[in-house]
Design a binder for this molecule. Structure first.
Ligand code: THU
Length: 175
């Protein structure tokens, strides 16, 4: 059997001051987006901001629901909002930021009011990957906690080794 390897290259800034100016501006948009998070169940607020090629920035935040699976991550709220308001417009980058604000009675081993680093969940990576392919441009990802280090990646697909994407299904859609 043949052995294969997949390598991932990414960059890490120690905080927002280490980002390139465009990325830092988008990260600030994600911080603003985080203020609208509705996260009464997880207390984990996430903000996302998508920068489009037409210069527009679309924000999103996680929206939870008492029927837990009905909620949606900040990344998908922002990406779907961008795709529905501006169909066909390429997405240059997405910034994502998260902060955990536990309830006062949180267990002692859970950090209260901490900023926590976050990378997009698998479902959000899959969704971003599809818009990369649809629009023909990788989406740069800038992701981190409200304090501390921030990761910069060149595409969503880089975060999805051996991604599911069937040409057979896209052919059926075109027929
Ligand atoms: N969440 C996001 O918004 N983005 C992620 O990448 C990971 C998780 C949200 C979903 C849920 O509201 C809360 O964070 C806890 O999982």
């Amino acid at each position: 059997m043949e052995q294969k390897e997949i390598h991932l290259k990414y960059r890490v800034a120690s905080d927002i001051s280490g980002l390139e100016p465009d990325d830092a501006a988008l990260f600030k948009e994600a911080l603003k987006a985080m203020e609208s998070a509705y996260a009464p169940y997880s207390h984990f607020s996430v903000g996302a901001a998508v920068e489009l090629e037409n210069g527009v920035t679309v924000r999103g935040s996680n929206q939870e629901n008492i029927a837990y699976p009905s909620g949606l991550c900040a990344e998908r709220v922002a990406v779907f909002a961008a795709a529905s308001a501006y169909p066909g417009v390429k997405m240059r980058a997405i910034a994502v930021v998260a902060s955990f604000k536990g309830p006062d009675n949180a267990a002692a081993d859970v950090k209260n009011d901490s900023s926590d680093s976050v990378t997009p969940c698998g479902a959000c990576r899959q969704v971003m990957m599809e818009y990369e392919r649809l629009l023909g441009q990788p989406i740069r990802i800038i992701t981190g906690g409200a304090d501390g280090s921030i990761i910069v990646l060149d595409s969503a697909e880089a975060l999805l080794p051996l991604v599911f994407f069937s040409e057979a299904l896209t052919k059926q859609v075109k027929e």
